[in-house]
Design a protein around this ligand. Structure first.
Ligand SMILES: Nc1ncnc2c1ncn2[C@@H]1O[C@H](COP(=O)(O)OP(=O)(O)OP(=O)(O)O)[C@@H](O)[C@H]1O
Ligand SMILES: [Mg+2]
Length: 365
């Protein structure tokens, strides 16, 4: 099982970095870069009839959320996007779940649907699905997930007469263990299959950076033939170089940054911010990451520590390897966000170049 406190603790640190990078945007560092290929792919998907659920996955901080927000901003006006993010939300029960799913409005249904139908509205995107406050009683009275989905099906059917709904669910794994008459996630998947493959009503994008979760989904019989998978990886080195160059980096600075961070967007953005003390910044980040990984390993019993280190040895020579069996120690590294698993390639690799260097140093002792 995922150690969520640790997971959230780490996320929090990275989220702080993200907030800093957003602030920095106002100081003139270029914000959104590249992703033409992914944007084109998504536009191609939504230009056809909804048929499959699209799972968007990738290493942590690779830019999945940023990309999906971009999509929400860029789709033409015959679409309406509903972006739902479970990150940081404490969802313990049904009521918490619907509070994240919906955006309750004072306006009645007619008015909300009228707004969605309006021709003049340019780009229409919502955080949460807007519904009248009055339906809250109706939904919460019944207390079962099934009714929410029944309601939503009818509601989306009405919306789809005017615009094509695009539902983006981010950080889906947050609810992976939530039980409401059985596991909610399965009911949600059934609902998504209904919206796509059966009714062709709405496009559904489910985003996650939880590798073990996506691996389970990938091999689940229930979703076989009903889902497609889209990898959003870190930038390639060429893209990362172009991004840094665009932000005023000289060749030497580019080399140093790529040596430490590879194409991880969040670190590149931070490197740009710390250009005046680049080497120091790179080294600080490495010390921090090495410390974090070491601390996590030392929390385990000696036998497990040995197994983990033995396994990590493979990254001395290789950056990415195929896996045969997901052993306890491999799963541990994935859960701790040290290793990223790509089910489509049956491969595993460190979550970032920085992790790779830290791993090598830890192994060296
Ligand atoms: N295309 C991009 N251009 C410029 N910067 C980017 C891009 N994509 C991501 N970033 C930077 O990286 C940060 C992290 O991106 P984002 O939050 O989208 O990653 P993520 O893959 O959703 O992360 P998580 O795994 O935590 O969900 C952003 O806040 C932004 O600063
Ligand atoms: Mg994200």
């Amino acid at each position: 099982m995922l150690d969520y406190n640790r997971f959230l603790g780490k996320k929090r640190k990275l989220d702080e970095v993200k907030v800093m990078t957003k602030r920095r945007a106002s100081r003139g560092v270029m914000m959104f870069f590249n992703r033409e290929k992914e944007i084109e792919e998504i536009k191609r998907i939504v230009s056809t009839e909804p048929n499959l659920i699209t799972f968007v996955y990738g290493p942590i901080n690779s830019g999945k959320t940023e990309l999906m927000q971009r999509i929400a901003n860029e789709l033409p006006r015959n679409y309406v996007t509903f972006y739902i993010n479970f990150r940081g939300k404490f969802i313990r029960d049904y009521n918490d779940f619907i509070r994240v799913l919906f955006k309750f409005e004072k306006n009645g249904k007619k008015k909300i649907l009228g707004e969605i139908a309006k021709e003049s509205a340019r780009i229409l995107r919502y955080k949460g699905i807007p519904v009248p406050m009055s339906i809250l009683d109706l939904i919460s009275e019944r207390k079962t997930g099934e009714d929410v989905f029944e309601f939503l099906e009818g509601y989306l059917e009405e919306i789809s007469k005017r615009r094509t709904p695009v539902i983006i669910v981010d950080e889906l794994q947050v609810i992976k263990e939530l039980k409401i008459d059985g596991l909610l996630i399965y009911r949600l998947f059934n609902f998504f299959v209904r919206l796509t493959k059966e009714l062709h009503l709405a496009h559904v994008f489910a985003v996650t950076s939880d590798s073990l979760f996506i691996e389970k989904i990938y091999s689940s019989a229930m979703l076989h033939g009903r889902a497609r998978y889209m990898l959003v990886d870190d930038f390639s080195l060429e893209t990362a170089e172009a991004f840094l160059r665009k932000n005023g980096f000289k060749s030497e600075e580019i080399k140093l940054t790529l040596d430490f961070f590879g194409g991880k967007p969040v670190y590149l953005v931070e490197a740009i911010k710390n250009k005046h003390r680049l080497r120091e910044f790179c080294e600080e980040m490495l010390v921090l990451r090495r410390r974090q990984i070491k601390d996590m390993i030392y929390e385990e019993c000696e036998e497990m520590q040995r197994k983990i280190k033995n396994f990590l040895e493979v990254f001395k020579e290789k950056d990415e390897i195929k896996y045969e069996k997901l052993t306890k120690e491999i799963k541990w590294c994935i859960e701790k966000n040290i290793i990223f698993l790509n089910p489509a390639k049956e491969s595993i690799k460190p979550q970032s170049k920085l992790d790779l260097i830290a791993i090598k140093e830890i192994i060296r002792g």
